[in-house]
Design a protein. Sequence first.
Length: 483
Amino acid sequence: MSKQGDAKKYDVVIIGAGPGGYVAAIRCAQLGLKTACVDRWLGVDGNPVLGGTCLNVGCIPSKALLESSGRYDDINHSFADHGITASGVKLDLAKMMSRKDKVVNDLTQGIAGLFKANGVMWLQGSGKLLPKQQVQVTAHDGKESVLDATHVILAPGSSSVEIGAAPLEEGVIVDSSGALTFDEVPKRLGVIGAGVIGLELGSVWRRLGSEVVLLEAQDTFLGVADEQIAKEALRQFKRQGLDIRLGARVVSCESGKKGVAVNYQDGKGDHTETVDKLIVAVGRRPNTQGLAADEVGLLLDEWGFVHVNDQCRTNQPSVYAIGDAVRGPMLAHKGSEEGMMVAEVIAGQKAEMNYDIIPSVIYTHPEIAWAGVTEQALRAAGTEYNVGSFPFAASGRARAAGDSSGMVKVIADANTDRVLGVHIIGAHCSELIAQAVIAMEMGASSEDLAMTVFAHPTLSESVHEAALAVDGRAIHVPNKKKR
Ligand code: FAD
Ligand code: NAD
């Protein structure tokens, strides 16, 4: 290891170059801070790449496959309704996968370009926090060096949780990364966990032809979403053929010539389901093991998340932590916003982040998106509220598209009319939710949304109608409340 005198001096050293760390690095550099970012990720070709989970094995490759598989599904199932007959449709899975890899490669190269353009030093290898804001870097060839930093940002991200009942087996029992690289469509696919990853990747493979069984331990489906939206989602997914079994606790798996026998228990007893491949998607855990030397005294919580305050400060002076490795939802945009906030705090600016309005999206079909609070949370808190909802079945644009399942639901405070939550299930709602986020961020009332002019015919009009419905004034559906 290099002696302290060899240390290279930076204003900020960041450990991790996922959407938390790379955004923090670029913002620090924009603010004139001398910045280095250490990352240990190796791409499929064994070369170092930036972008972390999100770009390499998360948001981007999963959305590329959702997009491609969605088109395949459309051509097979919805084109006929539009009077288009397609024959001889074939799946070229290898090409679909190489397109996905190219999308990932282009974007990760883009980040390398942004680092260069902004003057961020990219250090390839593993970083470890030492006392007094020093960072030990172990390069991929094993060479060690020590950096001196005025501030350190920890952005190590997270990894898939593994369970003893289903130990991973290359190409057969896989985590989400393995499920993005199957070289053939499994005839029968099992998924443990009907959460976000289970639903998105289960959808990809169902669309490409797999029979998909999801085994979910909880009795409740998508407990994080609004109850009414989750109920509608379950109905839609089941109709598509996703076999979702709730209250199913996997106890063991046996893998053999005939596939994987998954043994599980539910309220009715013991069962075995045999599948060709099995995806384990039961959550993610923070990458904080070995992140800091013991002498640093970095405070972690009982699950291994770095303990931070609202400004992402850790218990150590000038050491911050962001992204999946700290409390809050494990979402790329949440980590990126924290990265910007911390960079600005370090630069001496006043910066804060609104944790109450972070949008969540599940990129299935229909998509599910929400921001703010759910009805069940408001009921539990005893807050009085009004609800307005509008079905896409009554939207001219959704009807014209032939894709009119789902609804928009606006929840407003009964006393102040301030919008407290917006919940949507339907096509393109990953884009629609942004209007709700902006409205809520500006402290809008449902009346503000109701008084806003939306273009016709658009899906956005459904947000307008749901806001009108809060006060019993929706035009294109009968109102529950009359005005
Ligand atoms: P990461 O992206 O995990 O990056 C951390 C980086 O730090 C990695 O490169 C890691 O190698 C590196 N690192 C860790 N420890 C060290 C160390 N000691 N030294 C050097 N480097 C280190 N979120 C969304 O918002 N939208 C989505 O659509 C979405 N889809 C997803 C799909 C899948 C299949 C998965 C798995 C996740 C998805 N997520 C999505 C979640 C999203 O990927 C994460 O929330 C996000 O990547 C977290 O960003 P991060 O910067 O905290 O960490
Ligand atoms: P998740 O928490 O969304 O879902 C995991 C599911 O597995 C839960 O429903 C849980 O009850 C179930 N489960 C846990 N242990 C189980 C067991 N032993 N047997 C059966 N079921 C079990 O986690 P995930 O789907 O792994 O995703 C991880 C994180 O990645 C999430 O926090 C999510 O925010 C993020 N992510 C986001 C997106 C997106 O924004 N579209 C996409 C993918 C992942």
